[in-house]
Ligand binder design. Structure first.
Ligand code: CP
Ligand code: NVA
Length: 306
């Protein structure tokens, strides 16, 4: 049966750790896998902009011996020019895998239902599982594989990135607190899933509304933009509501002295994070960005290898 990568919610702890180990092996020697997916084609459908996701999937599949096909927002118009079903049924005849970045999460689920080839979620309004895999891989490396008992505090909008971080942290035994303004909490289903998964690992999953105090003793402070792609019209209004949740030196001083600062990027410097924090020695944002490449190569390899 073909497998997809739609959500962290579908993965076990063992599958996540196994992916980190493959990714680390690939990172240590990229030539070792140079023919792993020789001649296989991965279509990259983008309905939103991207730097990291596009580059890492494009370069990643090539480093595995395959090649990519970039399909821009104007080219396909998923569900408008042609139905999701028909796009899936066409592409499965020509390529061996599809990565999609889109708006509604149901689109990646529908694509997975219709296509006989693996589908990878490269971000939807609901989740960003590739990001969470790269982020926790980064912590896994920094902590030499020992994540147990870590406390990650996500400060800002309870969005797609927050959902995937909760899902991944819960499965790995990392406490995840989403610290957000009222009205911007994560989706209830995502919270309930994480809470359920956390029962097996003992992780604590919380949603709170106290910008600074909740960061006390955190091992990681994580933030993301206040208005995600598709919410641009709300950006000005959100800026006022979120200002207390800016990650600045004062907020960082509540966390542990050696706490990491993380951000999926792109960052809106001066809004959700100050230059002083993102450019500080505590910031590991470019390690996360680099690990998008390695983590996704491990995902693509596992889904597409024969
Ligand atoms: N973090 C992330 O997904 O970056 P892009 O939007 O540039 O792909
Ligand atoms: N929450 C952001 C993440 C970008 C990588 C967005 O969806 O725009």
């Amino acid at each position: 049966m073909k497998k997809d990568f739609l959500s962290i919610f579908d993965l076990t702890k063992e599958e996540i750790i196994n992916t980190f180990e493959i990714a680390k092996d690939m990172k240590a020697d990229r030539r070792k896998y140079a023919e792993a997916l020789k001649g296989e084609a991965l279509a990259l459908i983008f309905e939103k902009p991207s730097l990291r996701t596009r580059t890492s999937f494009d370069i990643g599949i090539q480093q595995l011996g395959g090649y990519s096909l970039y399909l821009s927002p104007n080219e396909i118009s998923l569900g408008k020019r042609e139905s999701v079903h028909d796009v899936a049924k066409n592409l499965e005849r020509m390529v061996q895998g599809i990565m999609i970045r889109t708006f509604g999460h149901h689109i990646v689920e529908d694509m997975a239902k219709y296509a006989r080839i693996p589908i990878i979620n490269g971000l939807t309004d609901y989740s960003h599982p590739c990001q969470a895999m790269a982020d926790f891989m980064t912590l896994y490396e920094k902590r030499n594989g020992d994540l147990k008992g870590m406390k990650l505090v996500y400060v800002g909008d309870g969005n797609n990135v927050a959902h995937s971080l909760m899902a991944c942290g819960a499965r790995l035994g990392v406490d995840v607190t989403v610290n957000c303004p009222r009205g911007f909490e994560p989706n209830l289903i995502a919270f309930q899933d994480a809470t359920e998964a956390a029962k097996a690992t003992g992780a604590k999953i919380q949603v709170v509304h106290c910008p600074k105090e909740a960061c006390k003793d955190a091992d990681v402070i994580y933030t993301d933009v206040w208005a995600s792609m598709g919410q641009e019209s709300e950006a000005a209004a959100r800026k006022k509501l979120f200002m207390d949740y800016q990650v600045n030196d004062t907020l960082m001083s509540y966390a542990k002295k050696d706490a990491y600062f993380m951000h999926c990027l792109p960052a809106h410097r001066g809004d959700e994070v100050t230059d002083s924090v993102i450019d500080s020695p505590q910031s590991i944002v470019f390690d996360e960005a680099e690990n998008r490449l390695h983590a996704q190569k491990a995902i693509v390899y596992q889904l597409m290898k024969k």
